[in-house]
Design a binder for this molecule. Structure first.
Ligand code: XMP
Length: 310
């Protein structure tokens, strides 16, 4: 099926289903939620409210950048400041699963759950794609019932419905649809970025200082590796320290790992053979970040390593 026709059909369907009611969706800036936002606005206009939840775990300038992309398309996005809620949910946590759960709970049970209920919207637009459904069925992804996660009992809460207009598409189809809806390359060609955002790249506790460090390293890595065509590239802050010498003084500093991988679907991956000069340049820039005195390049394939560190 042509993607133009797909868009027309989904627009008709969304209009028919939502009627004169209102709908809401959360935008992360990833290609799936961006495509659903653009599609939803084409169908519903002002009847759709879109929120971007700023959890403080995003990359440098990301909330503003994403909101601007949509503002340029005439789609209003409300940026909700939920930094405190996410950081306090993560305070003191070091276990990877506990950290991931805390983020999921802060998002659904606290912030987005509250916004959905207050909005009075009866429909929730969600960017679920075919691969999500397949991976949930295969047990690779955690089973998720969005309404249940939001603390809404679908039985009792008469009227709440989840709409998933992308659920028959795979990633390549979503990218095509996103492009046809006028979204820029920044979004349609974006490298994967995990739901838990930079928290997936901080081993140990997530604190404002540690976020600042990994955010600075991420900006350097993304800038330096953008032209490699690699599947994904990222920076990780370890929970360990190493001795170094700066200005003739010994210091116990942070360690940043750079990861750059070749992959088709992130299920298996190998490290990219980056030129030595490139690696050196990244290293030189990363050790300028306050408190960082080591930079390592990760050669480990997946499996056994995962892409992210948390
Ligand atoms: P791992 O670390 O499991 O990652 O090898 C495989 C791919 O998935 C991304 N990733 C996530 N994406 N929510 C997401 O939407 C998540 O919780 C999540 N965890 C990992 C990761 O960046 C890689 O592309």
């Amino acid at each position: 099926m042509g993607y133009k026709k797909f868009i027309e059909d989904q627009v008709t369907e969304l209009k028919k289903t939502v009627g004169s009611a209102t709908a809401i969706n959360a935008l992360s800036g990833g290609v799936d939620s961006s495509a659903v936002t653009a599609l939803g606005h084409r169908a519903l206009g002002k009847q759709l409210k879109t929120v971007f939840i700023d959890n403080d775990l995003m990359r440098d300038g990301e909330p503003k950048r994403v909101a601007k992309v949509f503002a340029d398309l005439g789609i209003p996005v409300e940026v909700v400041d939920a930094k405190k809620e996410f950081l306090s949910a993560l305070k003191g946590l070091t276990d990877p699963e506990e950290k991931r759960n805390a983020i999921t709970n802060a998002f659904y049970s606290k912030v987005f759950g509250r916004i959905v209920k207050e909005s009075g919207a009866k429909f929730l637009l969600h960017g679920t794609i075919l691969t999500d459904i397949e991976e949930t069925v295969a047990g690779i992804k955690r089973q998720h019932n969005i309404l249940a996660q939001l603390g809404i009992d679908p039985e009792k809460a008469y009227g709440y419905s989840v709409l998933e207009p992308l659920k028959t598409l795979r990633k390549d189809g979503v990218r095509e649809v996103a492009a046809l809806l006028g979204l820029p390359k920044d979004i349609t060609k974006r490298i994967p970025f995990p739901g838990p955002a930079l928290a997936a790249r901080i081993v140990g506790e997530v604190t404002p200082e540690r976020l600042k460090t990994v955010r600075a390293a991420t900006a350097i890595v993304e800038e330096e590796l953008a032209d490699t065509g690699a599947f994904q590239y990222l920076a990780v802050l370890l929970n360990d320290k190493a001795t170094g010498i700066r200005d003739n003084k010994r210091e116990f500093g942070d360690i940043i790992v750079v990861r750059c991988i070749e992959s088709v679907d992130a299920r298996v991956a190998t490290a990219t053979e980056l030129p030595w000069k490139k690696l050196n340049r990244i290293c030189e820039r990363i050790i300028q970040i306050k408190g960082v005195n080591r930079c390592l390049y990760d050669l480990t394939p997946k499996p056994p390593a995962t892409v992210e560190y948390v």
